[in-house]
Design a protein around this ligand. Structure first.
Ligand code: LER
Ligand code: MN
Length: 274
């Protein structure tokens, strides 16, 4: 019996509307639905650490017997235009401080923080080697910071339309291999992988125990089961590497939030529960 657990995303960031989150704004109702559908956990995309620390969130999770699988840090980008590859050191420091706050707040729920869009990009003012250097330094410091708080740090390769730094699991591993901390794990987002990897299942096998979180979604960013990714090959590969973490639905609320959550849990049960 696989120890993989199910999770579904909730965004509480109005500026991120239109993004790939199953539930929007109404945390209480999202948690109720997640509970009804038997999800193990929710992943929250929050505007700031204070929101994550609120008794409202604690209560919604506890009342519905849900764990917090992970917290997104992308509000630092969508709300404050901060990221870890900016040319100005003071701005990079603000990005670090924002993420540290999120690591603290997640750790209070035993949940890791995810560095996705906060990795940033290279451009006119910062060439690629410099950007990768800034990002590596940040992952080193944040990985150690997370370790002191008893959680891992999750780093997410993004497809080429969202970042020009780290697009594949292999390049993610390459950057992690050069860190002295072993506390940074990779996020396997099936949507990004479908665009960038030669073979999704092979990339999962090659990443092995370095995978710390999975974004469960289909080729078109609709809920898993509504696209053309071969989910059986994905679940076989995750079994093979003895993955023990969450598969968390980060998908468009297609055709609506409730249906997306229901499709996801049906796919989860089909591919991870027999
Ligand atoms: C963005 O495309 C994404 O996949 C998120 O998980 C990270 O911000
Ligand atoms: Mn993702």
């Amino acid at each position: 019996m696989s120890m993989i657990r199910s999770s579904v995303t909730i965004s509480l960031v109005p500026e991120a509307r239109g993004g790939p989150f199953v539930f929007w704004d109404d945390l209480e109702n999202a948690c109720l639905t997640a509970k009804e559908l038997n999800f193990d956990a929710v992943e929250i995309f929050a505007p700031n650490p204070e929101t994550l620390k609120s008794t409202f969130i604690k209560k919604s999770l506890a009342d519905n017997g849900l764990a917090l699988s992970a917290v997104g840090t992308g509000a630092g980008w969508v709300k404050h235009k901060l990221h870890l590859s900016l040319p100005n050191p003071a701005e990079r420091k603000k990005a670090m401080d924002f993420i540290k706050g999120m690591i603290d707040a997640g750790a209070a729920h035993q949940a890791p923080a995810i560095i996705g869009s906060m990795q940033g990009r290279h451009g006119e003012e910062v060439d690629k080697p410099s950007a990768i250097g800034y990002l590596s330094d940040a992952l080193e410091e944040l990985g150690q910071y997370a370790e002191q708080h008893g959680v891992v740090l999750i780093f997410e390769p993004l497809n080429r339309f969202e970042s020009n730094l780290i697009n594949t699991m292999e390049s993610g591993l390459h950057i992690l291999d050069r860190l002295s901390t072993k506390n940074v794990k990779l996020l396997a987002d099936l949507f990004h992988m479908n665009i960038e990897e030669v073979d999704i299942a092979d990339a999962i096998r090659q990443s092995g125990p370095r995978i710390g979180h999975v974004h469960f979604v289909d080729s078109n960013r609709r809920p898993a089961g509504n696209g053309h990714i071969d989910l059986k090959l994905v679940s076989n590969a995750l079994d093979e590497i003895q993955y023990q973490g969450y598969v968390s639905a980060e998908a468009m609320p297609w055709p609506d939030s409730e249906s997306a959550a229901k499709t996801t849990i049906e796919s989860f049960n089909r591919y991870f529960r027999n």
